[in-house]
Design a binder for this molecule. Structure first.
Ligand code: HAM
Length: 419
């Protein structure tokens, strides 16, 4: 019997983990530049949290949630995204109110039962931010700009930013009605899912990937043509700020996003380096969600980036900035006394902040040197009986082969100076 990872999941192996650490650290660093604080929420939540916010009739809720009953019969769901969970946690812990601005970020695994393909997994990772308590278009523009700063820091160029506005409580229904009117004579010709969407959640028709449906969707009414006065002003101001912040963007009238909670600004960042699954970031404003979750009406906006897709680009572009973990020193020892000395020195050096490895099994010098090579040790310190007697041993620089005699008591100082 050979076990394999569940379909749509991947092991992140030691040889690639440095790419993950680099991207995760850069996310944390950039989010902190903009004064966001980290929040960690549970991997699973009550199913309602997601079904009510993401919306009945969306693909995520209809087809993609990992939902199960616990032993007491409660319906729980592995988080397919984190926005709703952050709203829940923010309200439960009194972090969110209309009077204060709260800026939060998160990193972690999400779960969606999708058809796996390049760039699309069932367990994937996101880093995201959410801002509560401010409706100013400046914030919409700033978080889009923060995305760019993040990608710049990571070393990814050639991205496209698409924005749109889906309107608010007041004007969204007009748009929905326009969609229903437009599709009513075309729907007989469209897929089964779209037929259902027209009744349950008409705007979701615009998400349909079916080539035949796409032909009709192409000419469907646009949301920007149905915005109320306030939403229109908001959208114009977002664009003014984006220009002032030197952010190049395109308006994409088809961008409605696959989650129902959005109001006004929505956006996506896409990369030409990727195949069909080319969105590396998605986000938008969701001014009604806090109230729908029982809080006081509080405007909010956020985005999430897909870490697998970013790492794929980082890998393809061989972004410098991220180097595999390397060991500073390997201590090769010959004989029991030498090993005891080696262990003592390793302990001292690790306490001094150096990464050190050594032989545990009394192997021959040749195989210890091979091991040092494999782990890309920068230096090797070779201790045998003679060296124990002298209180000194050779420190070999593995990149140029140079050797230097260093006393045991000077090793830590010498290496610390080199690093
Ligand atoms: P989303 O567009 O569903 O938005 O996901 C954000 C990003 O997560 C996508 O652009 C993509 O890079 C990545 N992603 C999504 N699904 C998968 C998958 N199956 N495999 C690999 N990567 C994936 C949200 O989740 C919203 N919560 C974003 C947000 C935050 N809106 C407001 N605040």
């Amino acid at each position: 019997m050979k076990y394999t990872a569940p379909r749509g999941t991947k092991d992140i192996l030691p040889e690639e983990v440095h790419l993950w650490q680099f991207v995760e650290n850069t996310c944390r660093e950039v989010f902190a530049f903009y004064n966001y604080k980290e929040i960690r929420t549970p991997i699973f939540e009550s199913t309602d949290i997601f079904s009510r916010s993401i919306g009945v009739g969306t693909d995520i809720v209809n087809k993609e949630m990992y939902t199960f009953l616990d032993r007491k019969g409660r319906s729980l769901t592995l988080r397919p995204e984190e926005t709703a969970a952050v709203v829940r946690a923010g309200l439960e812990n009194n972090l969110i109110s209309p009077e204060v601005i709260t800026k939060l970020y998160y990193l972690g695994p999400m779960f969606r039962y999708e058809r796996p393909q390049a760039g699309r997994q069932r367990q994937f990772h996101q880093a995201g931010v959410e801002v509560f308590g401010v409706d100013d278009p400046l914030v919409d523009a700033e978080i889009i700009e923060m995305n760019l700063v993040l990608f710049e820091k990571i070393g990814i160029k050639g991205l496209e930013i698409n924005i749109n506005s889906v309107g608010c409580k007041a004007c969204k229904p007009n748009y929905s009605e326009a969609i229903v009117n437009y599709f009513s004579d075309k729907i007989k010709d469209m897929c089964v899912d779209c037929k259902e969407r027209l009744v349950v959640n008409p705007m979701r028709i615009l998400d349909c990937k079916d080539a035949h449906c796409q032909k009709h969707i192409e000419h469907a009414p646009t949301s920007v043509d149905h915005l109320c006065g306030e939403c229109k002003i908001h959208f114009d101001l977002v664009q003014d700020w984006l220009k002032r912040l030197n952010v190049k963007y395109s308006i994409n009238n088809r961008l409605v996003r696959g989650l129902d909670y959005y109001t006004r600004t929505v956006f996506e960042v896409v990369s030409k380096q990727l195949g069909a699954q080319n969105a590396i970031c998605g986000g938008g404003r969701y001014n009604n969600l806090v109230e729908e979750f029982g809080g006081k009406p509080t405007p909010a906006i956020g985005f999430a980036v897909g870490l697998e897709r970013i790492i794929d680009i980082v890998h393809k572009l061989q972004v410098i900035g991220c180097k595999p973990q390397a060991v500073s020193l390997f201590i090769a020892t010959l004989g029991h006394e030498a090993q005891k000395k080696g262990v003592e020195l390793a302990s001292q050096l690790r306490r001094a902040g150096l990464s050190v490895d050594l032989d545990y099994q009394g192997k021959a010098l040749k195989s210890q040197m091979k091991a040092a090579d494999r782990m890309k040790a920068k230096y090797v310190y070779i201790i045998g009986d003679d060296e124990i007697a002298k209180g000194s041993a050779m420190l070999k620089n593995m990149s140029n082969g140079q050797q230097q005699a260093i006393k045991f008591e000077d090793l830590s100082k010498t290496l610390c100076e080199k690093y």
